[in-house]
Write a new protein. Sequence first.
Length: 331
Amino acid sequence: MGERALEIKVGAVILAALLVLGGFVLLLGDLGGPSGPRILVDFGFSGAVQAGAPVKVSGVKVGRVDELSFLGGTGGDGVQVRLTLRLDEVARPVLREGARFYVNTQGLLGEYYVEIVPAAQPGPPLAEDKPVRGVDPPRMDMLVQKMYDLLDAASSLLESDDGRVGELIKSSASLAKTLDTALQENQGDVRRAIAGAADSMERAAVILAKTEKAIGDPARIDAIIEDVAHTTHLIDKELPAAMAKVQASLDRLDKATQGIDPNDLAAAIRGAKEATAQVNLLLTDARTVTARVRAGGGTVGKILQDDEIYDDLKELIRDLKQNPWKLVWKQ
């Protein structure tokens, strides 16, 4: 009876351990898998990514690699491998045209996974049955091979040296020595050149400062430029109409002068000139007379300048108003 109870207890412990193990497998392995969209991504080289690898967006897991198929170049454009990605519904908004798919690793020796980089501009959704071209990861093995080939070529060159490498080194050393000697012999000139360059830079800074001060506020310059642009626009807008009016006036003037004899026109111009000369002469005489009157010359000038004569005339006019009979009768 005791052995039977012990066997039951051991069986229960084993069953519980199996249930816990199954729970961990379901939890960590995600056997159910995502139930969202399915995307096909083609790569020329997929690195070490395998089925079951996670798919992430901005470092957040949104699905997994459901299947990895070898196409062997039949997909065109150097496609060798096709990954079938099974994603969660939360990843559907980023599955649009322009999104990029990378094979990345967590660190240098970490797990391989597929990274989705959303498009910069939103586009139409990706079709689930249409493959998308992914970005191939760098081939570290090929890079190491290229570096090995380069080092091997350099080693072969040094081993089969026929004197050219030595000559190149000697020439480089001679050139460096010549430059050093030239600099030592012309230290003064070099210093003066550097000082001249520094002085030129200082003068340039002063000129720029004065120019900025003379120009003033950049906003005012922008306003002036805007006013000039506005004025230019108005001129460009109004000039054709003004030129059309000028052209019409010239056409009417041309029609009006077509019937005029050039000789008559010349005679009219000469007459106008003579009349102008006579008017100028009369104005000159009038100015002379006015100046003489103001100076007291002549009868009118004396009358205007002599206050006594003015008073006598005023008294005479007053007397005549009071005694008008004196105009016809003298005592």
